[in-house]
Design a protein around this ligand. Sequence first.
Ligand code: CP
Length: 306
Amino acid sequence: MRHLMSPLDMTVEELDKLMTLADDIRLHPDKYAHVCDGRILATCFYEPSTRTRLSFESAMMHLGGKVLGFASADSSSAAKGESVSDTIRMISCYADICAMRHPKEGAPMVAASKSRIPVINAGDGGHQHPTQTLTDLLTIRSLKGRLGDMTIGLCGDLKFGRTVHSLINALIRYPNVKFVFISPQELRIPDYIREDVLKKNNIEFKEVVRLEEVMPELDLLYMTRVQRERFFNEEDYVRLKDFYVLDKVKMELAKQDMLVLHPLPRVNEISIEVDEDPRAKYFEQVQFGVYIRMALIITLLELEVA
Ligand code: CP
């Protein structure tokens, strides 16, 4: 039995196979409409979500399966003090596979260690968000035709943004990827990413504060929101929340084929005027998230496709 805790749980070859399966699902959805007949997905979300929870549920329904779960800690027995370990023992009796989001780093790993069914980390605190990364990789591969040979700008809250941490870990495995980290001083990438992931693997990167300065060199710009829920005080959040606003004027500085991605939700960091720009791909990215989660469910449940 396999779980998914980090994008690094899969080799580059396994990821390639997963994305190829997602492509086939996109092109031939009817072929997959009953692959999960009789199977149940549990979504255990201790933290708010729109995309991740609903795209998992949509993915399972498109595969013919059923879903159950809870959307907040308050609506589960966690509110009465039940542990994640005990909860997953219950869920193992009710479902065949579980997607879990939790505000505490490592909680889905604890669940996986006690589980009789595959557990997928659907985001743990400021740590990892592997299925967002799978979504991002599939989006980039589909729209750019490659995952290597590009300069990628990551902009915003690089300290608390778990999607950024997972994406960096995943992308360093592809050739000739360079990173430009754009953030205020207070929200720079964590030291462990800089030292243990980037420097240790000789990955080219630079850190800047001004987005305008680097726009012309980017092949892809990954915007992120400032993660209000991870701040210790509201004052710091208010001071930093609108540090970056991507607008039409800044987009004029970018290459004609630069892509703009965002894991969403967006707050103010991308002006709605940018939505009409053909390089803005964040809503297409959401659709790719359903295909890759369908492929992931099939893969972790080791299901045969007729
Ligand atoms: N991208 C993402 O994780 O969105 P949600 O928080 O809505 O799931």
